[in-house]
Design a binder for this molecule. Structure first.
Ligand code: SF4
Length: 475
């Protein structure tokens, strides 16, 4: 029997070296016992002798290594043995082991990887920093309770995202500290170490209230996605009861509040989210793990399309913005609110359309504490077309509306001059009957950027006129 004691719960380097040496020695998985050194010895020098690898070639599929890197973060004491068993089998000739989708060990590893990815998504979406003033300066501190051992793998994401802040993320099993230049890990912490006196909390509440759209309120879904332990750590959660209580009044005031002159009051209706288990819901779940281009990495989360699966009209924008990236939903920021209002004026029922973006992750450049929108490049548009094509093939809309040059490029596969091609219906080779009509208009964010008020009102009216034409074409 061989014993391997790893330095800590996600000792990837230690596990990989030991697994390689064991496989080359042809050590059967049942003859290996894996354990982790006591947490109090976290920074002690290893006492165990490393398992020496005999000479010889060792190759396993890259995809298996990638899977193992994720699974090792799972909070499952059997994961080291499970991964070694898969590596050992691959080394002994089962090179296509991951294609054996009904194999119980492969299935178990995939389930663990999925759980880790879901936890990763939650950490990136729900970590909130609180501001602490110390003699040395300002520090931002967050408390988070992950399901799995994901802090080490995700700390670099927060270092990139909040590069100019000095921060600490405290969790029960591990703490990560960023001093503006380097990451440092320490043992876990207790919630009492997160300061109560909290100006950032007030900021988060105010910010959340400003992006809160009562017409899209789905408390049940929010709670299902956000277990109690995340919920209670979110400063904005405290604001939600009051926001819910005043929701109907806020809907009315949204309807009454003019964006430009001459608003025509009507109801704002939330677009339906894709049903659990539906093809679109499954696609959205898979897109959360997409790595087809680098945009996933600095973004908070994927922002998939939403709306009626039977929509006759699909409206395509460019990419999620800052608020969409945080909310995980398309068109919830200023451009989305403008689109909502213009659709109401045009008589285009949001309930009957599907709204999405050509690119599903937010591309930005950090500037101080702000994230400045950056236009996606052709490579990113082409990479993300996979998801757009999938949405189009599933929805099969009668009318595909391309809002802006990025959407037009994604659909038509070529550069488009919006002013020249705007407002001209064109045949597209898809849709319910085999054909659909394409229609190009401006992106609503363009209207927000027009500096002159008169010109802004003219452009808005032209946009509403385009939307009315869309209503006619889709009838
Ligand atoms: S932007 Fe699109 S292609 Fe790129 S990672 Fe995100 S979902 Fe994938």
């Amino acid at each position: 029997m061989k014993s391997v004691v790893l330095a800590h719960e996600v000792d990837w380097a230690g596990w990989r070296a030991a697994a390689r040496a064991l496989a080359l020695s042809d050590a059967a998985p049942d003859d290996v016992v894996w354990s982790v050194r006591n947490v109090s010895d976290l920074f002690a020098e290893p006492e165990d002798e490393a398992i020496a690898a005999p000479p010889g070639g060792f190759t396993v599929p890259r995809a298996l290594v990638t899977l193992a890197e994720t699974v090792i973060q799972a909070r499952d004491p059997e994961r080291f043995a499970l991964l070694y068993r898969l590596i050992w089998r691959a080394h002994r000739g089962e090179k296509h082991i991951l294609e054996m989708t009904t194999d119980p060990e492969v299935q178990r590893a995939q389930r663990l990887a999925q759980a880790v990815r879901r936890d990763t998504h939650k950490m990136r979406a729900f970590v909130r920093f609180r501001e602490v003033t110390e003699p040395e300066g300002t520090r931002y501190v967050s408390w988070f309770e992950p399901e799995h051992y994901i802090v080490e793998a995700n700390a670099p994401f927060f270092a990139r995202r909040f590069a100019t802040m000095i921060w600490s993320i405290l969790t029960p099993y591990r703490s990560a500290h960023w001093d503006g230049e380097a990451l440092r890990f320490d043992v876990g912490a207790s919630p009492s170490e997160v300061p109560d006196d909290d100006r950032l909390e007030a900021y988060w509440r105010a910010y959340y209230s400003s992006i809160f759209n009562p017409a899209r309120l789905k408390v049940g879904a929010m709670r299902a996605e956000m277990p109690q332990k995340y919920w209670r750590n979110l400063p904005e959660a405290a604001a939600i009861p009051e926001l819910i209580r005043t929701a109907s009044g806020r809907v009315d005031s949204m309807v009454e509040q003019p964006v430009f002159s001459d608003p025509r009051p009507s109801r704002i209706v939330a677009p339906p989210a894709a049903e659990h288990g539906s093809p679109l819901h499954e696609a959205a779940r898979e897109a959360a793990d997409c790595r087809r281009c680098p945009l996933w990495e600095p973004a908070t989360q994927v922002v998939f399309g939403e709306g009626s699966p039977n929509a006759r009209v699909m409206m395509i924008g460019e990419q999620p913005g800052d608020q969409e990236d945080l909310a995980g939903r398309p068109f919830v920021g200023p451009a989305g609110q403008l689109l909502d209002r213009a659709m109401q004026e045009a008589g285009l029922d949001r309930q009957t359309v599907y709204v999405t973006n050509a690119v599903k992750h937010f591309k930005f450049v950090p500037r101080g504490k702000r994230r400045i929108h950056e236009k996606p490049g052709t490579g990113e548009i082409n990479a993300c077309r996979f998801w757009l094509d999938l949405e189009r093939a599933t929805i099969k809309p009668a009318l595909t509306v391309m809002m802006g040059a990025t959407a037009a490029r994604a659909v038509l596969g070529r550069a488009v001059a919006i002013t020249r091609e705007r407002g001209q219906p064109m045949p597209l080779p898809d849709g319910k009957g085999g054909n659909t009509t394409g229609f190009i208009t401006v992106h609503p964010s363009y209207l927000l950027r027009v500096p002159d008020e008169d010109a802004k009102a003219r452009e808005y009216a032209a946009f509403v006129a385009d939307l009315r034409r869309i209503v006619e074409l889709a009838a």
